[in-house]
Design a protein around this ligand. Structure first.
Ligand code: ATP
Length: 221
């Protein structure tokens, strides 16, 4: 199978979903899987699955389906699951603590290996097994530890300045939990996770839309 140089974003987003299910099948001792079976399990239509897989040169054989182990190893490499990825956390408040306690490692081979904060009470301590460094050391530590993905859980007012320093630290990706849209150069990828916004959207949809056809949500009469 070839590399994933230019796969559509939507396909890339589905990779972890496929990977998780393939691992489950593998652990269950299954050798192969059809696109229909995958489709039912991961709730993605089978034509989309076939198209997604064709980007990687993975072509299912008629009457055989896909080889579970082959696909799993391929996805594992593509998603860098075959090696541990260290990420950092900026801002060890309530949400930051929750993320430190979350077991990213168990299923995903990622772990938070460094945290940063301005709060003197926690700087220099170890929180949930993770050392907390002062913000002044952030650029140097991130470079030294070769961490290029960070989660940002500082207060909104501190988000842009922290982001500016993250750019200086040459990070490649920021998972932004603050409600503001931070400005960064194009080569830095930002993924926004606004929990309050998500919850509000869910509540709005429940109040205003029928859910029997989730693909084409229809306004209630
Ligand atoms: P949360 O928003 O996660 O629920 P909280 O309400 O406990 O957190 P916040 O005031 O949002 O606290 O701050 C989150 C964390 O970010 C705190 O640990 C705080 O010390 C830290 N923090 C505040 N300002 C900065 C900054 N400029 N740089 C880095 N960390 C900061």
């Amino acid at each position: 199978m070839n590399s994933t140089n230019k796969i559509p974003k939507a396909t890339a987003k589905r990779l972890p979903i496929y990977y998780r299910y393939l691992r489950y099948l593998h652990e269950d001792g299954k050798d192969r899987v059809s696109s229909t079976e995958l489709s039912e399990a991961v709730k993605v239509d089978s034509a989309t699955i076939r198209r997604d897989f064709s980007y990687f040169g993975a072509l299912g054989k008629r009457g055989y389906g896909y080889d579970v182990e082959d696909l799993m190893h391929f996805f594992s490499k593509t998603l860098k699951q075959d090696r541990l990825t260290n990420v950092a956390l900026i801002g060890v408040g309530n949400l930051g603590h929750a993320l430190l306690n979350y077991n990213f490692h168990q299923n995903n081979n990622m772990r938070i290996s460094a945290a940063f904060d301005i709060n003197k009470e926690i700087v220099g301590t170890i929180q949930s097994g993770v050392p907390v460094y002062p913000m002044e050391d952030m650029v140097q530590q991130l470079k030294m530890q070769q961490i290029d993905v960070v989660m940002l859980t500082v207060p909104t007012s501190a988000a842009q300045e922290a982001a500016n320093n993250l750019v200086k630290a040459e990070v490649k990706g920021i998972l932004n939990f603050t409600p503001i849209r931070i400005s960064v150069p194009d080569h830095v990828r930002v993924q926004n996770v606004d929990l309050a916004n998500e919850l509000q959207t869910l509540i709005y949809f429940i109040d205003h839309y029928k859910t029997d056809d989730k693909d084409s949500l229809l306004p209630l009469d």
